[in-house]
Design a protein around this ligand. Structure first.
Ligand SMILES: Nc1ncnc2c1ncn2[C@@H]1O[C@H](COP(=O)(O)OP(=O)(O)OP(=O)(O)O)[C@@H](O)[C@H]1O
Length: 201
């Protein structure tokens, strides 16, 4: 069981190729860090893994099956900027409901206060909003998570608490996880393996 890219090629329209023949795998139950200087393609790789953008060559498979185009995507991407990932006009209860009925226990473990459910995204801090995006990504059909600078807006103590709780849930469910981050101390602490994006090209 693994999230696999095989012989992947990708370029943005009019841009140079970012990937020519990249191959990479994340085993279910493992946490893999993606490192590399700014602009080298880490977020693009995350979006390709989650099926947000499509490769020009090669493909992405999840536990042996191609990423579905329309059905629920078993690879969920958690973005750096949660405010760009939610509908600003919806209350948070509706944002969650659109994904699934998130158990109250999960909300509690992620530090989401019940009274936040009636607020809209603009009435929460970036860190509070990101907790909802994490909860939303933990759909029962999710098999892999891709966290792209997910906790960049948290202070160090909150960052540690969020990662501790999320990784507990990830381990309990046997999910695989890709962590894109500039913070080498974070990656050293939580990852089973780290891959430099430049080596994937
Ligand atoms: N939608 C887009 N259209 C055209 N070019 C893009 C687009 N998104 C990103 N790029 C370019 O692709 C390259 C890789 O960008 P990407 O965001 O994947 O890098 P990154 O390693 O995640 O960078 P950072 O660490 O700064 O977030 C950059 O040169 C960027 O300018």
């Amino acid at each position: 069981m693994a999230l696999v890219i095989d012989g992947l090629g990708f370029a943005y329209p009019g841009g140079p190729p970012l990937f020519h023949d990249a191959s990479f795998r994340v085993e279910a139950g493992s946490v893999v860090g993606i490192t590399g200087p700014s602009g080298t393609g880490k977020s693009t790789l995350g979006a390709l893994l989650a099926g947000d953008i499509r490769p020009r060559l090669g493909g992405v498979t999840v536990d042996g099956a191609p990423l579905p185009r329309r059905a629920f995507r078993p690879v969920q991407l958690i973005h750096q900027h949660p405010e760009r990932a939610v509908n600003r006009t919806w209350r948070m209860s509706a944002v969650l409901r659109e994904s699934h009925a998130v158990p109250p226990e999960t909300l509690d473990r992620l530090g989401i206060k019940p009274e936040w459910a009636d607020r809209r995204p603009g009435e929460l801090s970036g860190g509070e909003l990101q907790r909802f995006c994490i909860a939303r990504a933990l759909h029962p059909a999710t098999r892999y998570l891709v966290a792209d600078e997910m906790t960049a807006m948290f202070d160090a103590i909150t960052q540690a608490a969020i990662w501790h709780r999320l990784l507990e849930i990830v381990r309990e469910r046997g999910l695989g996880m890709v962590v894109i981050s500039h913070e080498s101390a974070l990656l050293d602490r939580i990852c089973d393996e780290q891959v430099a994006v430049e080596t994937l090209r």
